[in-house]
Design a protein around this ligand. Sequence first.
Ligand code: ADP
Ligand code: MG
Length: 226
Amino acid sequence: LEGEISKLGRLNIVGQLAASLGHEVRNPMTTIRGFLQMLQSKTDLLAYKNYFELMIEELDRANLIITNFLSLAKNNKSEVKRLNLNNLLDNLSPLLIADAYSQDKKYFFQPGNIEEIDIDSNEITQMVLNLARNGLEAMAPNGCLTIQTYMDDYSIVLSVRDEGKGINEENLKKLGDPFFTTKENGTGLGLPLCYRIAKRHRAIIEVFTGKDGTTFLVRFPKLSEN
Ligand code: ADP
Ligand code: MG
């Protein structure tokens, strides 16, 4: 428990700093992105087009990092609506297909027959994107990421399964620690955010991993269990 408290304490300090910094940094980034897009459309040189593409991608990545920081920072109330998780995942499909495609990987969504639950769409969207992107990043080209939903007696389950390299025992213990990352450009903020969002939804996250890949299960309590 002591470990948990100091982890959260660290998050709060980082969060407050990130919140103020993030807002200030975002506005100029939006301006830069706009002009980059304009210049990109004006040039005929393919090489330059690619440079602009890269710049915009990197800017978007920086923006995502800020989004994650900001989400960890704010502790406002969830905006909960009763809905079917499949609808939210349907809306995310085009984005995830594009993400997968850009890395030469595949994405499948297999919706199951599930009951509605109370969720904050923004938060769950962020959680799904973080889990899915981790899955995609863990895989070699041609790998397949599968999101499924199903339900059992007590819970509505969201499953995010990849065919990646798996997580070794040592790293498994650090999963969810703020700033734990094995990636050169990682932030180590994605999973802490996922755990936080799950907790706010009274959901639990289970991890199964092996040499054939990793599965994250998010178990939401059924409404009848509340
Ligand atoms: P980041 O993605 O920025 O590294 P995360 O908090 O999202 O931060 O993930 C932390 C670490 O957990 C990753 O760097 C990686 O080592 C490990 N990890 C998370 N998801 C997976 C996965 N699906 N397969 C393998 N490793 C994973
Ligand atoms: Mg991540």
